[in-house]
Design a protein around this ligand. Structure first.
Ligand SMILES: [Zn+2]
Length: 466
């Protein structure tokens, strides 16, 4: 893909849902239903299904997916305002909840030339910009011990990958006076890494493949070598993103269960991708389900949330969960995360949980899909989206997604023309009836089971930092 100027961290491309080969899914054991309970459920489910208008979902996707909605940009702010406006048009009091994060604008130009020879380096996420012309000095692995007796003042340090993080290597070399750093790979392939976070003490840092690095090292060993490192356009700054929240209090005050169900999606996209499926589809479905459920009697609090900055590392959903009181965490019995729910070109619907186990959300959804489609939607382990912070807080949560992902994932081709109304309708029905199964005043569905809090093991991928 052509390198373009980006106003996001390049982790964004890797952070979220990756194209993945389907793993083994677990299908539910079919639950035998008596004909009377079938008739009963038919009537209950119809209350939701009859209200869903897929055109609303489609039209909201169409509006949101006119442009990319990168977190921290005006386009994301506009998307959040649109979600708020739609929710308020149904009678909600939707709020924009701003939060700050440190954003990084990727370099627009990264160059390295050595005595007239041009290399093709990459930059590190969080590297600073700069233009340095100096002698190249080999600095081993760049550990504090190795550099103890080395003076790198005014030099460019050539450092091999390994042992410590890229960020530590750059800081160690800068502390010894280096003006720039070149880190080369210790394994085959390009090195596309991150310094892990912003730091004022960094000097410009570029990466090379193992072959290119070793070639440069040969030159350095053979005699004095002068190089020019150029990084332009890289910038770190504090930015603001938003979560949008709307709440429906239980209408049945006397039968209030005191429980909460969260239905969420992320409204931000990656740079360059209009994100019709990722995740205007989930955002628009949250809006429509908020409309559908608004007029139905309920005994459980419903929260509709669209998150910002998911693509930069689930920042908005982390903010949201961090902002919950323990009492709220205890009361949330399910979090339904809708992320990429309408692509014509993706596979079948699956439910993904952070620990790969069934929970209250998968139980409700398997029951509803079995009722509606005759087949329970399977579940499997999967992270990399906004259900993860909820799962880590012990809240039963599941991601709704079609798997495998479409080829347009995170590309400029993720546009409205690839959206399937049939898929939108199917997911909206499964989620809407699953939520209503629990939220209606006379609910008889499975009993809520609290999850165990745990740390998701690297379920959302970050760039290499070491
Ligand atoms: Zn997404």
């Amino acid at each position: 893909m052509k390198r373009t100027r980006k106003t996001i961290v390049s982790v964004a491309l890797a952070t979220s849902l990756a194209l993945s080969v389907s793993s083994t899914y677990t299908a539910a054991a079919p639950v035998a239903q008596t004909s009377s309970s079938q008739a009963y459920y038919n009537a209950v489910d119809k209350k939701v299904i009859n209200k869903i208008n897929v055109e609303n979902i489609y039209n909201d996707i169409d509006f949101l997916a006119k442009t990319p909605r990168v977190a921290g940009t005006e386009a994301e702010h506009k998307a959040a305002l649109y979600v708020q406006k739609q929710l308020n048009s149904f009678g909600y009091d939707a709020k924009l909840e701003p939060f700050k994060f440190v954003g990084y604008t990727e370099a627009s130009k990264v160059e390295l030339s050595v005595d007239g020879t041009s290399y093709s380096p990459s930059s590190f996420t969080y590297s600073v910009s700069g233009n340095v012309n100096a002698e190249v000095v080999y600095a081993g692995l760049g550990t504090k011990e190795e550099l103890a007796n080395q003076d790198l003042t005014g030099k460019i340090a050539l450092i091999q990958r390994g042992s410590i993080t890229f960020g530590e290597k750059v800081l160690n070399a800068a502390q010894k006076g280096a003006k720039a750093v070149i880190i080369y790979n210790n394994a085959e392939g390009e090195l596309n890494g991150t310094l892990g976070g912003a730091n004022d003490l960094y000097v410009p840092a570029v990466s090379l493949s193992k072959a290119a690095g070793e070639q440069l090292l040969e030159k350095v060993k053979a005699g004095s070598v002068t190089a020019t490192v150029t990084i332009e356009g890289a910038e770190v700054s504090e930015r603001t993103s938003y979560n949008v929240t709307a709440t429906k209090a239980p209408t049945e005050k006397k039968r209030n269960t005191d429980d909460i169900i969260v239905i969420g999606a992320h409204h931000d996209s990656v740079e360059g991708a209009p994100g019709a499926n990722d995740d205007a589809s989930g955002t628009a479905m949250v809006i429509e389900l908020a409309r559908v459920l608004k007029s139905l009697p309920t005994d459980t609090e419903l929260r509709f949330v669209t998150f910002g900055a998911e693509e930069l590392g689930l920042i908005g959903s982390h903010e949201y969960v961090d902002g919950l009181s323990q009492d709220e965490k205890d009361r949330i019995v399910g979090m339904f995360n809708l992320d990429m729910v309408g692509s014509r070109d993706a596979g079948d619907l699956v439910l993904k949980t952070a620990d790969g186990k069934a929970n209250f959300v998968t139980e409700l959804s398997q029951a509803s899909s079995l009722r509606l489609n005759g087949v329970a939607t399977p579940y499997a382990e999967g992270g990399r989206s906004d259900h993860v912070p909820f799962a880590e807080a012990g809240i039963p949560a599941a991601l709704f997604i079609h798997d495998p992902s479409e080829p347009w994932y995170h590309t400029p081709e993720d546009t409205i023309d690839k959206i399937s109304k049939e898929k939108l309708q199917d997911v909206a029905e499964i989620v809407g009836t699953a939520v209503y199964d629990r939220a209606r005043p006379d609910h008889k569905g499975p009993k809520a089971q609290k999850g165990q809090s745990f740390k998701a093991p690297e379920l959302y991928y970050q760039q290499d930092s070491k």
